[in-house]
Design a protein around this ligand. Structure first.
Ligand code: SUG
Length: 417
């Protein structure tokens, strides 16, 4: 279909960004528990990434932080000061910044009715994330409210955990052509929660009207979940014909490659073997939590966290890959350290939507002038630092609400207040 391009909708990091250690199985979140956070720096890092990709691709979208602290959740939790601090922190979470978990998106060329189908992720496994979907859905309904081009579904009902695009990959010749959608799920029973349920993935595929012959369902390697890959996008990413993956990403490595290859014969697998980059180092550096982008000249670039450049084994592999002249021609490190410390790399921070930009509510599309406006609000209003012990304070609540309100006003989106 003509006019369709891939747009990355990055989550603007909210003013309550903090390190409360809420995500069991997410090593970065657990190891930074209790650290002070820097919301202003975090949001500016995210904005710089967006500006970089706007310059590279000519198009960039964003989603707004959700209302925090969430008074409804705080009420439901009967917080009175005697509770576990993890409960107190949940209504303050800025976790909606990781928009790869906002929804699963099936572009129009893949679906039976020729519209782009979107299902907000229920995120039921983690309390602090389960509060996101109603506000996310409200926002998606505005951004993608054009019903001629988009179909917005309700979330998957509990108890089937759905974590959205973080466990979903798409292979295609080019973004505007029909593709194969790959759903990766985990099986429960391990030390850490398997956050994507197989039935949630299958339900989303049915709801979106996908051709069953163009869907592949693959089990995540339990050992990868155990090692800290709480989402598949920590160990694999796809773009057009390329699947960039760690050798230990899937439960049945060869079976997974064969199944994807059978549905999509043009598949090119770029696999990183464990003796070049160990699973632990891949997870520590988030090499695969990269944005694999097709640049306007057709070459692919991999946008990785700075942590990759600092790792001898990961950087050596990247240099070797670029020198080999395969499909990935460039590796570009970006600083998203504040997000990384909570387990969110460059890919977690974006939701990919293949569509015609003219069909999206323009208030959610970035240009340089708008980026300047966002920059100003962040510098003026975002707290510089949050200590987890501050969560619950009325003064901080006022600052966080004021900051978000100012951003909504600057973007003509006060309707989301
Ligand atoms: O759900 N971290 C997020 C990170 C999400 C990353 N997204 C993708 N891989 N697509 C999570 O675990 C941190 C929680 C805290 O505040 O401690 C957190 O929610």
């Amino acid at each position: 279909m003509s006019g369709l391009v891939e747009i990355n909708f990055d989550g603007i990091v909210g003013p309550s960004h903090n390190y409360a250690g809420l995500s069991l199985g997410n090593i970065a979140s657990a190891s930074h528990k209790g650290d002070p956070s820097y919301p202003r720096a975090a949001a500016l890092q995210g904005l710089a990434k967006m500006r970089g990709n706007l310059a590279r691709l000519g198009v960039q979208g964003f989603l707004l932080p959700l209302p925090r602290p969430n008074g409804v959740l705080a009420g439901q939790l009967a917080l009175d000061g005697s509770e576990d601090p993890a409960l107190r922190a949940a209504p303050w979470s800025a976790s909606s910044m990781w928009t790869a978990n906002a929804a699963t998106v099936s572009p129009a060329p893949d679906t039976a009715d020729g519209r782009c189908h979107i299902t907000p992720a229920n995120l039921v496994t983690m309390l602090h994330r389960a509060q996101e979907w109603p506000d996310t859905q409200r926002q998606l309904a505005i951004a993608f409210g054009n019903a001629d081009h988009f179909a917005l579904h309700p979330p998957v009902p509990p108890s089937f955990g759905d974590e959205g695009a973080a466990n979903h990959m798409r292979l295609c010749d080019s973004h505007g052509e029909a593709g194969v959608e790959v759903f990766v799920y985990g099986r429960p029973g391990g030390r850490f929660p398997a956050r994507q349920h197989e039935q949630a993935s299958r339900l989303v595929a049915r709801a979106h009207g996908l051709d069953p012959g163009k869907c592949v369902f693959i089990e995540q390697n339990p050992a990868a979940i155990e090692a800290g890959a709480f989402h598949n996008d920590v160990v694999a990413v796809a773009n057009e014909r390329v699947l960039f993956t760690h050798a230990e990403a899937f439960a049945d490595r060869q079976g997974a490659h064969d199944a994807i290859g059978a549905a999509f014969p043009a598949l090119e697998v770029v696999e990183v073997p464990s003796d070049k980059v160990s699973l632990a180092e891949a997870i520590r550096t988030y090499l695969f939590n990269a944005q694999l982008l097709t640049l306007p000249d057709g070459a692919m670039a991999l946008i990785v966290p700075e942590e990759c450049r600092e790792s001898a084994s990961v950087w050596a592999w990247c240099e070797e890959m670029v020198a080999a002249n395969g499909p990935i021609r460039d590796v570009v490190p970006v600083d998203v350290r504040q997000s990384m410390a909570n387990g969110g790399g460059p890919a977690c921070l974006r939701l990919r939507v293949v569509c015609d930009p003219a069909t999206v509510d323009p208030r959610f599309l970035l240009d340089e002038r708008k980026a300047d406006r966002i920059d100003r609000v962040i510098r003026e209003k975002w707290p510089e630092q949050i200590d987890p012990a501050d969560l619950g304070s009325d003064a901080l609540a006022r600052d966080v609400v004021t900051a978000r309100t100012a951003l909504l006003a600057a973007l003509d989106l006060s309707v989301l207040a």
